[in-house]
Design a protein around this ligand. Structure first.
Ligand code: NAD
Length: 378
């Protein structure tokens, strides 16, 4: 990662009380690659001003309307070079499209869109404008997830035969959206969340990490998708069988009604000669069973992990640092470098939506559904 002058970033979303906007702001600044210079943190003027104060952005560079923000920043010589999108899902594509057309790069939170059709439209806009586009599938930024990807690519466990991914949360175990809980309200509303509930919110992370670490496409899904909490309009639990393009089999299950769970993401990949296992709960350890070196615990000093680790082995790094790694790689791209395969882009966004819609259709029709395996992984 090179260390040049910081690039200029504007953010949409991330106002007072929001979840992920502050993480974007911290991560963008962590490696000194980005400086937050402008924003539309909320469409409520008072909340927008509060956001500006919190992020030390001058009030003169804040707009209550993201369309005006993009137009004004694009018109300035010292305007933002990229837009970070940290709003509810339904605004991701409109904001990304406007920014790309105005000549600004985009780093969007997931999911890329609300539907597969909308994600494909955005993919066309990215191609037509030639703009840089990155998607914050944060788990791709964890050092030990990078190490797992590299170990599989090096053949340490041999050809992949089976995988399992679990992503369990419990915060939607009751209908908290009916009490107006802000993050729950929009995530359970199809107009603001999209066609997927838990599938669109955390299923896309589970799907992405599976393809990211194995380097293989998931070709087909057979799903049992449910809405467990009465009265909810979108899915909150999904249990899926998958088939990989190389014939490997797998299980992915995601839930937001797993009462008591926080944010439990686990992945295990079984090859011909061994197993690799990673869990978000012990993020700085990768377990290898069998494999080239017998049973061992790999920690953050290893090569592929080491290049994206900021502290000596044993000093845990997590969510904000993983986000920061994506922001640093995005800075390299905006600075004119190639889009690295470790930085999720629009193809990852399109594949995520293909997965969500295939799972929903599979659950309705009780049939295996093809996800499409002809696109390159990125
Ligand atoms: P949130 O409800 O906490 O925050 C959304 C923010 O967007 C609020 O500040 C709101 O005021 C602002 N906003 C809404 N409409 C706006 C508009 N028109 N103009 C300007 N600002 C506007 O939501 P959240 O939980 O932070 O989620 C935001 C996005 O981040 C979602 O797409 C979600 O899927 C994603 N997310 C990703 C991760 C991850 O691990 N990568 C984690 C959490 C959330």
């Amino acid at each position: 990662m090179s260390r040049s002058a910081p690039l200029r970033l504007a953010m949409v979303g991330g106002g007072p009380g929001s979840l992920i906007g502050p993480v974007h702001a911290m991560a963008a600044g962590l490696d000194g690659r980005w400086r937050l210079v402008a924003g539309a943190f909320s469409r409520d003027p008072a909340a927008n001003r509060q956001g500006a104060e919190r992020y030390h952005v001058p009030a003169a560079r804040c707009r209550d309307d993201w369309r005006v923000l993009i137009a004004d920043e694009a018109a300035r010589d010292d305007g933002a070079q990229a837009i970070a999108i940290a709003t509810p899902n339904h605004l991701h594509v409109p904001i990304a499209t406007a920014a790309l057309k105005a000549g600004l790069a985009v780093i969007s939170d997931k999911p890329a869109a609300t539907t597969l059709a909308e994600a494909r439209q955005l993919q066309e806009t990215v191609a037509a404008t030639g703009g840089a586009y990155a998607l914050t599938h944060v788990y791709a930024g964890y050092p030990m997830v990078r190490a797992m990807r590299a170990a599989i690519a090096e053949g340490r466990i041999g050809a992949v035969r089976k995988l399992s991914v679990e992503y369990s949360q419990g915060w939607l175990a009751t209908a908290i959206e009916q009490d107006g809980q802000r993050q729950a309200s929009w995530r359970t509303d199809p107009a603001r969340s999209g066609v997927g509930g838990a599938l669109g919110d955390i299923g896309v992370h589970a799907f992405h990490i599976a393809e990211f670490v194995t380097g293989l496409r998931i070709a087909e899904v057979f799903a049992d998708v449910s809405t467990i909490v009465a009265g909810r309009a979108l899915d909150d639990d999904a249990n899926m069988l998958v088939r990989m393009a190389n014939g490997a089999r797998g299980v992915i299950f995601v839930s937001q009604i797993a009462a008591g769970e926080g944010n439990d993401l686990k992945i295990r990949v079984h090859g011909e000669r061994g197993t690799l296992a990673w869990s978000h709960a012990s993020a700085d350890r990768l377990i290898e069973l069998g494999g080239a070196g017998g049973d061992r615990m790999i920690s953050a000093g290893s090569d592929a992990a080491g290049v994206v680790t900021r502290l000596p082995p044993g000093h845990g790094e997590g969510f904000i640092e993983a986000f920061a790694t994506l922001y640093s790689e995005f800075a390299d791209v905006v600075g004119g470098g190639p889009h690295p395969p470790t930085l999720p882009g629009i193809e990852a966004g399109v594949r995520g939506h293909a997965f969500v819609e295939a799972a929903l259709r599979s659950s309705r029709e009780q049939a295996w559904i093809d996800i499409g395996s002809d696109e390159d992984l990125k």
